[in-house]
Design a protein around this ligand. Structure first.
Ligand SMILES: C[S@@+](CC[C@H](N)C(=O)[O-])C[C@H]1O[C@@H](n2cnc3c(N)ncnc32)[C@H](O)[C@@H]1O
Length: 234
């Protein structure tokens, strides 16, 4: 099994229960919505997952594109959002489904850890082409080499305590220990970037970036970067 197979499952097994999934999606959607600067913005949530609270983002912008690489996730998105005026679902063609220079904001939250570095570099060129000159690319939940599973566990338990699902989270952690997720994490690892490396990569692909003080979502041990097209690089 690959990461792609893991995310392509009929049901997302990463959340310890429905409440965890719902609180997570809500927090991420609120985080993305807070990044939207104007109601006429065109936004892409790349690697959006089930995005069950995407309406919160769609209400803040003119158009929200959703894309996920996993066909089963796309099928669930279609069941939930097909026919909405403000939400456009991208299919297999991914970024090719958006015109160049069309986007005000691209958000990639908690996705880069599953993408090999070489593929990420190709993606960066695609993202830059799709952004307006004033557009912003936000890479969030980026994992640094300095953090490990214990940081994730600490963040999950604190989120679960506040969200009222602490017991389910403890049971979920035991389940994760014996799960495909842990096996895949041990086999393939997660792609990690430190701050310097990420800023250098962004610059190498014509983007001026900076690390922001706060990450989207519940895990502040992970990093958020915001970047804009560098006019000097085009
Ligand atoms: C941890 S989930 C994050 C989902 C969502 N962004 C969130 O924050 O809740 C990772 C998602 O990234 C998607 N993904 C993995 N590799 C991808 C790629 N190369 N392009 C687009 N999506 C990808 C997976 O299918 C999965 O839905």
């Amino acid at each position: 099994m690959s990461w792609r197979d893991f995310w392509n499952r009929e049901k997302n097994t990463i959340y310890v229960n429905e409440r965890h999934g719902a609180l997570h999606d809500d927090l991420v959607a609120k985080g993305i919505a807070s990044l939207v600067r104007s109601p006429d913005s065109v936004v892409l949530d790349y690697g959006c997952g089930d995005a069950s609270a995407a309406d919160l983002v769609a209400r803040k912008c003119a158009k929200l594109y959703l894309y996920d690489a996993a066909p089963n996730v796309r099928a669930r998105l279609a069941r939930r959002f097909e026919g909405r005026d403000s939400i456009a679902l991208l299919g297999e063609e991914a970024l090719d489904g958006v015109a160049d220079g069309a986007l005000d904001l691209i958000v990639v939250n908690s996705v880069l850890q599953y993408i090999p570095k070489r593929d990420f570099e190709t993606l960066l060129d695609g993202f830059r082409a799709k952004l307006k000159p004033t557009g912003r690319l936000v890479l969030a939940d980026v994992i640094s080499p300095a953090t490990g599973p214990l940081d994730d566990i600490r963040a999950l338990l604190s989120f679960a305590f506040e969200g009222g699902f602490l017991i389910a989270a403890c049971v979920g952690l035991v389940r994760t220990f014996f799960s495909d997720y842990r096996a895949l994490r041990a086999q393939y690892g997660l792609t990690r970037y430190d701050e310097k490396e990420m800023l250098a990569l962004l610059a190498a692909h014509g983007l001026k970036g900076a690390r922001a003080p706060l990450n989207i979502g519940h895990n502040q041990a992970r990093m958020l970067f915001e970047a804009t097209p560098d006019p000097a690089a085009s």
